[in-house]
Design a protein around this ligand. Structure first.
Ligand SMILES: [Zn+2]
Length: 456
């Protein structure tokens, strides 16, 4: 067994637990997070605001204003990192036609997404991690393509996070491919993300995780006047939007309704994000999105991919989708002076930590099963070595009581089978691959062990 290299040991005392949690940080990931610049984030947001409106029917040809100027600028900003990537970074427009009679975009229009692909260094590894934000903005009315719609927070903040990650991550090498997307069409029905999700499905992209960042820079609430830049939400679907009858049967059999792939990704973001970013609590919201509002992760969920939304904890409804004006003494509008740039910096950090840790990790263990034959107070788990990526140094067995939302225990094992003195009836289990430096894959929730399945 290869010994786990503990690059950096950080002892954190959680007073409410009365116990210590040991946090092992990869120094290189910490260095990347240290490079995230709040100043640069503010510059990116102010540049996005300078386009006046990024409405999906605004000008595509004006060099200074409108959605076309915005996607051209995002592309050129991303292209600055090609040299540092030694040619691994490729930046492209992805064009599609949206709208038509009876739709929220009432006439067909050609829109562009900006897609930057940082090719993985392992040619045998086809895994892709997707990170996304939307470049369009809007005012109150669907049809209002000319009013000032700064969209500083919605979603200038998400675009700024993506640009910072492209800048920093392109200077590093990852075996896994990372795709950074700035999509259009969101405000009128997620057109840009739908186009990408359909393309990914058709072309069989092996997406292991999709992180949608939409509004990550507002730290104060309207009405209730809460103010908190120490909490961010991760929304994840429970029962998957995409579920075959066979998947549903297995979910019922294993009581896996809280253990779909999006949930595992959400737990991963909490664990890894909080491992690397100080003064930020990742709050898991166990629903796909907010009431009455959607996001660009949803088309990916619908196509069967593992996708979540990252979003500020407190929203300000005086700002979102409002034309800037002082109304009853309150400044309305999504203006750059109301974005909390330190909060965006930290939220960029949890994204970067998650993507980097996952991109450096071995693939998930495959055919993970729990042996259910025989009456025993122990639990036997079996799995197979991942076929993608480097071979793991070992595996983490995750354990929690069935009523708990988060994993409670993490046991390192080698080999591909383990028997533990915990009753399978009383706990939930997960299995992760891990390399010698502690980069872990997403957790896999085991189904019935394959030998039992094949005997049926
Ligand atoms: Zn948005």
């Amino acid at each position: 067994m290869k010994k786990l290299a503990l690059n950096f040991i950080f002892l954190l005392i959680f007073p409410y637990l009365g116990a210590q949690t040991i946090i092992n940080r990869d120094q290189e990931i910490s260095r990347m997070i240290d490079e995230i610049s709040g100043e640069k984030i503010e510059q990116y947001v102010r540049k996005m605001v300078s386009f006046h409106t990024r409405h999906n029917l605004s000008s595509r040809t004006d060099p200074a204003q409108g959605i076309g100027a915005a996607w051209n600028w995002i592309r050129s900003e991303m292209e600055k990192s090609i040299a540092a990537s030694e040619g691994r970074l490729e930046v492209k427009f992805e064009e599609y036609t949206a709208g038509g009679p009876g739709q929220r975009i009432p006439r067909p229009v050609v829109l562009k997404n900006v897609v930057a692909t940082l090719r993985g260094t392992d040619s045998n590894d086809d895994r892709i991690i997707l990170i996304s934000a939307h470049l369009d903005s809007r005012a109150q009315l669907d049809s209002d393509s000319t009013s000032y719609a700064p969209g500083a927070n919605d979603d200038g903040s998400g675009i700024a996070a993506i640009l910072e990650m492209v800048r920093i991550m392109s200077t590093r090498k990852f075996p896994t491919t990372i795709v950074f997307m700035a999509v259009s069409g969101e405000e009128h029905g997620l057109y840009g993300a739908r186009h990408m999700a359909a393309k990914a499905k058709n072309e069989n992209w092996n997406i292991i995780a999709m992180l949608n960042n939409d509004m990550i820079g507002n730290s104060g609430s309207s009405e209730t006047l809460l103010n908190d830049n120490m909490r961010v939400r991760v929304f994840s679907e429970g029962v998957p939007a995409y579920e075959t009858e066979q998947m549903a049967a297995l979910r019922r059999y294993t009581s896996g309704e809280n253990d779909g792939k999006a949930r595992q990704l959400a737990r991963y973001i909490k664990e890894v994000g909080e491992r690397y970013v100080d003064q930020l609590n990742v709050t898991l919201v166990f629903r796909n999105d907010r009431f009455g509002r959607g996001g660009d992760h949803s088309p990916f969920c619908a196509e069967g991919f593992t996708a979540v939304r990252i979003c500020e904890f407190n929203e300000n409804y005086d700002r979102t989708h409002k034309i800037p004006a002082v109304v009853n003494g309150i400044q309305e509008g999504d203006l750059p002076e109301y974005v909390d740039y330190e909060y965006v910096r930290k939220n960029t950090g949890i994204n970067l930590a998650t993507v980097a840790n996952l991109a450096l990790a071995p693939g998930e263990p495959e055919n993970c099963g729990i042996v259910v034959s025989g009456l025993t107070n122990k639990t036997t788990l079996r799995w197979e070595v991942p076929s993608k990526g480097q071979k793991p140094a070992g595996y983490y067995i995750l354990i929690r009581e069935t009523y708990q939302p988060l994993w409670e225990k993490k046991i390192f094992v080698t080999g591909t089978e383990v028997t533990l003195p915990y009753s399978k009836d009383n706990y939930f289990f997960g299995i992760q691959s891990v390399d010698a430096s502690g980069h872990e894959s997403l957790a896999v929730f085991p189904g019935q062990a394959r030998r039992q399945v094949s005997q049926r």
